[in-house]
Design a binder for this molecule. Structure first.
Ligand code: URA
Length: 187
């Protein structure tokens, strides 16, 4: 039997399995439609997310909102979360042991939402979910299918803020996501 959302959130809230929780304001479990067909997974909360307790609400999050809107969707129609639920200090990438501690929560969220399509935002999320062999520049834009779930690695929105030329690639990837969603609805 799966956990209830309330149980899951309270487990995340009380988790002290790694050191990240010592330096945070808020846990950031993730939010959105718990029955969404489309799930976005990022790396971990930044400063704004840490203050608000919500995933992707800072600059990168605002860009993600625009990307979702360009797909004809709203944030409320998708599920958005991160690999780690606590902000790593100074926005560093989460360490492998920190990600391993948080993975059961992500796995549970994945099983409970049961999306058809999952967009992995950036190398950290793509490696955490698909394995260390993933190279984001090589593997973005290519479907990875596992047990009927479709994973699309693409660049993180923060990377697009640093390098606008990546936007074209991400839009290509998101168009593939839109087509796959349509296909899975029809199928
Ligand atoms: N970057 C992420 O990976 N996740 C957030 O929630 C915000 C910024």
């Amino acid at each position: 039997m799966r956990l209830s959302w309330e149980d899951l959130h309270s487990r995340i809230e009380s988790c002290e399995n790694c050191g990240l929780c010592r330096n945070i304001h808020r846990k950031v479990p993730g939010q959105g439609d718990i029955h969404a067909k489309l799930m976005f997974i990022g790396e971990g909360p930044g400063a704004d997310e840490d203050l608000q307790g919500l995933a992707f609400v800072g600059k990168a999050g605002q860009l993600l909102t625009k990307m979702i809107a360009a797909m004809g969707l709203t944030r409320e129609q998708v599920y958005i979360c991160n690999v780690v639920k606590c902000r790593p200090p100074n926005n560093r990438a989460p360490e492998p042991d920190e990600m391993a501690c948080c993975m059961p929560f992500l796995r549970e969220q994945f099983l409970m939402v049961h999306p058809r399509v999952i967009v992995l935002l950036g190398a950290t999320a793509a490696k955490a979910v698909l394995g260390d062999q993933i190279r984001i520049t090589r593997d973005r834009g290519k479907w990875v299918e596992k047990k009927g779930f479709y994973f699309m690695p693409t660049y993180h929105p923060a990377a697009l803020l640093r390098d606008e030329s990546k936007k074209r690639d991400v839009w290509q990837d998101l168009k593939m996501v839109m087509a796959k969603l349509k296909e899975t609805e029809e199928g």
